[in-house]
Design a protein around this ligand. Sequence first.
Ligand SMILES: Cc1ncc(COP(=O)(O)O)c(C=O)c1O
Length: 414
Amino acid sequence: MLQPSHITPEDFGEELASIIPGQDPELSVSIKRIPVSEMDLSHHIIPVCEPTLAGKEKEYVLDCLETNWISSAGKYIPAFEEQFAAECHCRYGVACANGTVALHLALAALGLEPDDEVILPTFTMIATINAVVYTGARPVLIDAEPCTWNMDVEQLADKVSPKTKAIIPMHTYGHPVDMDPVMELAERRGLFVLEDAAEAHGAEYKGQRAGGLGHAAGFSFYANKVITTGEGGMITTNDAKLAALTQNLRDHAFSEERHFWHKYLGYNYRMTNLQAAVGLAQTEKLNDFVDRRRQNAAMYTELLKDIPGIVTPPEAGWAKSVFWMYSILVEDEFGMTRDQLRAYLARHGIETRTFFIPMHLQPIYYEAFKGQRYPVAEMLCRRGFYLPSASSLTREQIRYIARNVQEAHQEATR
Ligand SMILES: Cc1ncc(COP(=O)(O)O)c(C=O)c1O
């Protein structure tokens, strides 16, 4: 039987153990010191994220039910693929079961061998590295850069070896990676670039949308994403052959010559028509959601930017971030640690989430990266967390949250 890793934070040494966050604080609501106009807010927990299903989701899903098309055939799948790919300024979309398998499918199509290497950021969500490991290839990590919190593209060239086959830039929290140097290096060294765009629906790099910047991209439509299908994912690409191959691989690699005849190792990574129906309705609202998230982020930043010790999220001059999660850093000057601030907010009904624990500090990858250090990713892990970030967040909620951050600072430095 499979056994879990028994590695504990202490196995990484005292210094690193101290940056690995513990349990989330318990959420509660309090009405203390909340003005009457915000009384309603005080009775509700503000979740870190929630979907907005206010478009044609219900109409399209009912159509699936009424017409009996509920599985992985049906008109909503190609309609969703086409429309979402178009939003990414891309020719092809291949819908699949989730964002993890979108990445895996794209990598599987490369035919990676066990000795091959794939470069990815250590500061990411576990699915990015797992997708590489599923193929048998070896993941090679790269640190984050302090200015965008994305993969440090300046370190990239040093990580490329004769065994490198692919690079996975991940657009962290909706901020695109500086892709020009990535693509330039990839072209020079003949490498495949797979964007992990799970958090970056609608984000732009120099006017070009995420999802169409590399050779392919993987999106997630989990319920906390900018648009959702409940569970779901999609590969976007301009490469017709890659699109056709991944379409085939996601469907058990059935061959066209005869039924039940398989020439590749395929997978069942299909999306259902029901999910695609939700996805199509969500895609119709994508630009609206992006606008709302950007407006919410601007308001948060305006209210938080002068609080000592709070670092508001980056946006490079060439970037249009979608602020998938409104992410902040807590520095010593704030007077409370990140965890103390989260606990304070939780006592006021505000749900938050810590940043990723970097891949080199994961129990499952302890042996693979033993002794490796990535100082920027470690700093982000120690100091970062995100505030409620749903597209549906109201101005009153943002004001309430920002005021609580301000009050926490005043309490800490009184
Ligand atoms: C960066 C990143 N990559 C991949 C994924 C995996 O997506 P899914 O949960 O749909 O499998 C996520 C999901 O949260 C993510 O944040």
